[in-house]
Design a protein. Structure first.
Length: 98
């Protein structure tokens, strides 16, 4: 399977949404560290090597890469500014429960 892309750095000045970056990183680390993930990767690799699926899985992977590469690039570029904007619009938690 392809390597997971390094996370984009969250803006350092986030006041209310800083936990989002940490939670996402922790979730990815947890999932990729499980035995189930390792087994799934092994099964996928085995499936790719079977004659019935060899070409089709590679073709699907190539299509996904072709579609997702520009999307990932744009999201990576815009992420810090959007997070800063949204963080500024989030009201303090105490206001949500009044």
């Amino acid at each position: 399977m392809a390597a997971v892309q390094a996370p984009v750095e969250a803006p350092a000045d986030l006041k209310r949404l800083a936990f989002v970056e940490t939670a996402a990183s922790n979730s990815v680390s947890y999932v990729t560290g499980t035995t189930a993930f390792a087994k799934a990767c092994g099964y996928y690799t085995s499936a790719k090597e079977t004659n019935a699926l060899k070409g089709s899985l590679t073709k699907i992977e190539d299509l996904i890469k072709a579609y997702s590469t520009p999307v990932v690039s744009k999201v990576s570029e815009k992420y810090p500014a959007y997070m800063t904007t949204v963080d500024g619009k989030v009201r303090a938690r105490s206001r949500w429960f009044r």
